[in-house]
Ligand binder design. Structure first.
Ligand SMILES: Cc1cc2nc3c(=O)[nH]c(=O)nc-3n(C[C@H](O)[C@H](O)[C@H](O)COP(=O)(O)OP(=O)(O)OC[C@H]3O[C@@H](n4cnc5c(N)ncnc54)[C@H](O)[C@@H]3O)c2cc1C
Ligand SMILES: NC(=O)c1ccc[n+]([C@@H]2O[C@H](COP(=O)([O-])OP(=O)(O)OC[C@H]3O[C@@H](n4cnc5c(N)ncnc54)[C@H](O)[C@@H]3O)[C@@H](O)[C@H]2O)c1
Length: 460
């Protein structure tokens, strides 16, 4: 049995940089990965989807080029080339990351599935069918999430897709049925509608984006409808079966059953923690009812020496949160500090087009918290940069504290909404009051310049 100082299970957005950091600090470190280095983000999350969103935007821009005074020949989408471009970028990032790990002194990378045999002992099931056992005083779990597969009658008869398998499908689905209208459903749904599929999104709730403000969700809903995405709200998928030309779905909406034909099915109804294979019962590490591993402010589980980072610990599931967990743990282990991620001003961005950049509180959260707030919004039809660049869809919205004038949060639904949101995030981090943004000189004509107009409405 090989003894290490630290073992990291899962090469995700926290585990990968952490393994290099620990090894550089002189700890004999082992990183165990069952699939691909880089985890979800690099391989079947952020990188491939945003690469394909860019291809889909190109198709969309070409299709409306006449509005900008340019005519082109008919648009042809070559799915094989779109997928090849995406895979090339993914492989480049993955192999760059793998090379960096392999070149790090004091660091071993072993491909295989890890499971605990005790609080300090881990077994690795290697790809050749053999096992290896390793030990360490410090063990970090960074195993992430996987797609939730809902129990739907007839699903075993359908070669359904997930966010992983759709990324290597070389053909364009004719009729793509998507279960779930969360980030994954919306990003893929719009992307494939733009590539030329007829997309139907099923959402069992009464609206898309239930965690976002209703006016923001409504604005994005209209944008997607306008592009031809068929969104069925209050609708649950009951069963699927083979039909003459593909498949048939039976759905229920407000007590009524109806049928939807489809050629491909994407399951995007949420993601679940990968904890089962870890055999945590041998460690005494607690899981919650959904299988997430709760941690304290120092990222430690209830068992001393076992830590959990990234999506597996529950809470917001984003790459930058996992990376922040890595930063926090390095402070805890080497600077003896108990830092806490500042999730009050948590930023995130959904990469539909237009993007939805979000930071801090939205109006419904401010209401739920009973805060004394003011909300202000600006349609992008009033944003000079949006008019000039030919895309006035969406809106800007901000929430401020009515007592302190500090900015509580923003929702930026618009072209480069993520970038404009980041400007507001910096203002929040710096403790600026809304008047300072309303009266500051911002470069003309940028999207961010319209923050002047957004916040100056509060002067009335
Ligand atoms: C389609 C999609 C798009 C996304 N887009 C964005 C985005 O634009 N922006 C954003 O911020 N976030 C995005 N996310 C979320 C983001 O990918 C995750 O939040 C992030 O990857 C979480 O990182 P992590 O470190 O927790 O784990 P992961 O990146 O999920 O890595 C976990 C790793 O652990 C490995 N593993 C699991 N069990 C074992 C085991 N027993 N033994 C060994 N290895 C194991 C897995 O194979 C995996 O490589 C997206 C997610 C998806 C699915
Ligand atoms: N741009 C980004 O940052 C980005 C992009 C993609 C994913 N992600 C991360 O991945 C996580 C998972 O995304 P997701 O979209 O899979 O999950 P989600 O939980 O965000 O959304 C799932 C949706 O499916 C609906 N649903 C669930 N079961 C259903 C059913 N049987 N029939 C109809 N609707 C059903 C839910 O009501 C919900 O609206 C996100 O929370 C996010 O953190 C981030």
């Amino acid at each position: 049995m090989i003894q290490y100082d630290a073992i990291i299970i899962g090469s995700g957005q926290a585990g990968t940089p952490l393994s290099k950091y620990l090894a550089k600090k002189g700890l004999k470190t082992l990183l165990i990965e069952k699939r691909w280095v880089g985890g979800t983000c690099v391989n079947d999350g952020c990188t491939p989807t945003k690469t394909m969103v860019a291809s889909a935007k190109t198709a969309w821009l070409i299709n409306r080029s006449e509005e900008m005074g340019i005519t082109t020949a008919r648009t042809n989408v070559h799915m094989e080339a779109v997928i090849a471009r995406q895979q090339e970028i993914v492989h480049k990032m993955r192999s760059g990351s793998e090379k960096g790990l392999k070149q790090t002194e004091n660091l071993d990378l072993i491909y295989g599935e890890a499971s605990f045999q005790g609080p300090k002992t881990v077994q690795i099931d290697l790809p050749d069918g053999t096992q290896q056992t390793v030990r360490a005083e410090t063990i970090i779990i960074n195993t992430g999430l996987e797609p939730h597969i809902p129990s739907i009658s007839g699903l075993d008869q359908v070669a359904y897709l997930t966010n992983t398998s759709l990324l290597t499908l070389p053909t364009l689905p004719k009729q793509l049925l998507i279960v779930g209208s969360g980030y994954i459903g919306l990003e893929f749904g719009q992307m494939y509608q733009r590539f030329g599929s007829q997309v139907t999104l099923l959402e069992r709730g009464p609206r898309i984006l239930k965690k976002e403000d209703e006016d923001i969700a409504e604005s994005l809903y209209s944008i997607l409808k306008e592009e031809g995405v068929n969104i069925r709200l209050n609708t649950s998928l009951l069963s699927v079966e083979k039909s003459e030309n593909g498949y048939m779905a039976t759905v229920e909406s407000e007590g009524q059953q109806s049928q939807i034909p489809f050629t491909h099915l994407l399951l995007a109804s949420g993601r679940v923690p990968i904890t089962k294979p870890l055999n945590l019962k041998t460690t005494g590490v607690h899981m919650d009812s959904k299988g997430y591993i709760p941690v304290d402010n120092s990222m430690q589980t209830n068992v001393p020496g076992i830590y959990a980072l990234g999506d597996i610990k529950g809470g917001p599931a984003f790459t930058h949160v996992a990376y922040d967990d890595y930063r926090i743990l390095t402070q805890v282990l080497f600077a003896d500090q108990q830092l806490q991620g500042n999730h009050d001003i948590l930023p995130y961005c959904m990469f539909t087009d237009p993007q939805l950049g979000r930071v801090g509180l939205n109006e419904q959260q401010a209401k739920e918290k009973g805060l004394n707030y003011k909300a202000v919004s600006l349609a992008n039809t009033s944003v000079a940069r949006a008019i000039e660049t030919g895309d006035t869809r969406g809106m800007m919205k901000a929430i401020v504290d009515a007592d302190t004038d500090l900015i509580l949060g923003a929702s930026m639904l618009g072209t480069e909404g993520g970038e404009v949101m980041s400007v507001v995030q910096m203002a929040m981090m710096g403790g600026l009051r809304w008047q300072q943004i309303a009266q500051s000189m911002l470069a003309h004509p940028t999207f961010s310049e319209s923050l002047n107009n957004l916040f100056s409405q509060l002067e009335d």
